[in-house]
Write a protein that binds this ligand. Structure first.
Ligand SMILES: [Fe+2]
Length: 297
């Protein structure tokens, strides 16, 4: 079976581009790529041409995301695999591939209607080192683990599980649902050294719930926490440690109100066998809009 190998890039619809540009540089420490306009702003986080497109559409949601396959052969085999699984897709045009700066691209929708792209051959600008938007000690954990992970609302968790399994991902429910049972609980799917690349089952609205990013250095985790505090960014979860990926993280509100999880220390390496966890290891106290804190269970 051919497998997607990583979350390569994503596009975000945003309603407040100036606020997003400031958030991207001041909080995320990402680089605004050359040629940014009021309509399209591309963010770099390593040598890749870009990792995130901010698109001023007046909405606030994920617009599309790109899952990588290794190369030309896998790109061809993936098309056979999608056909066998009954998944509708089309091969993108040369112009569409160039728009994303990739060699070739497939376009499709997942069961909830998210725009999924499968690509190979991203443009990697080895001649242009990453220039962070503010000071950083080291970098994000990227490389073979991809950009990070996304959590999306899905109305039909089982259909989503089947779709992402057909793309070569693997995973299962890892925390109980709100009633304490395991059926239809949060499901985490992985395809590389990162514990999970996509997750769902935490809500059924058609939107991104959070994007998870991971720092190489605990000092960058701390520097970003301090910076978010100083800039008055709204917190959703204060630091804690997840049981499933072992990542120490906090969650802040983006200018689109959905969340970014900033983490450090997650496991590297897929789980050999499935497990689920009644609770996190510690922390992740939820900050309410009035500033009060409580533990969500
Ligand atoms: Fe997360």
């Amino acid at each position: 079976m051919v497998q997607v190998t990583e979350l390569g890039y994503l596009g975000l619809s945003v309603s407040d581009m100036p606020a997003w540009k400031a958030f991207a540089t001041d909080i995320l420490a990402m680089e605004i790529a050359e040629g940014a306009t009021d309509q399209l702003c591309q963010l770099r986080a390593d040598y890749w041409h870009r990792r995130i497109d901010l698109v001023a559409t007046g909405e606030d949601n994920i617009a599309y995301f790109g899952l990588r396959v290794a190369g030309r052969e896998e790109f061809s085999q993936m098309q056979d695999q999608l056909t066998a699984a009954g998944i509708d897709f089309r091969v993108g045009t040369v112009e569409e591939a160039q728009e994303r700066k990739v060699t070739a691209i497939l376009k499709m929708k997942d069961p909830d209607g998210y725009n999924v792209e499968i690509f190979h051959g991203p443009c990697v600008e080895r001649h242009k080192p990453f220039h962070p938007g503010r000071r950083m000690h080291h970098n994000y954990v990227l490389g073979t683990a991809g950009l990070g992970h996304i959590v999306l609302g899905q109305k039909d968790v089982e259909a989503a599980y089947r779709f992402y399994t057909a793309l070569g991902m693997r995973g299962d429910v890892e925390y109980p649902n709100e009633q304490g049972g395991i059926e239809n609980g949060p499901t985490f799917m992985g395809c590389n050294d990162r514990d999970h690349t996509i997750a769902f089952g935490m809500g059924d609205e058609h939107r991104i719930y959070h994007l998870g990013l991971q720092f190489e250095s605990f000092d960058d985790f701390g520097l970003t926490y301090d910076t978010a505090m100083e800039k008055g960014v709204g917190f959703f979860f204060h630091p804690g440690r997840h049981s499933n990926d072992n990542m120490v993280s906090f969650y802040v509100h983006t200018p689109s109100d959905w969340l970014i999880e900033m983490g450090w220390g997650g496991n590297v390496g897929p789980k050999p066998q499935s497990e689920y966890y009644p609770d996190d290891i510690f922390g992740h106290h939820h900050q309410h809009k009035d500033g009060s804190l409580s533990k969500l269970s």
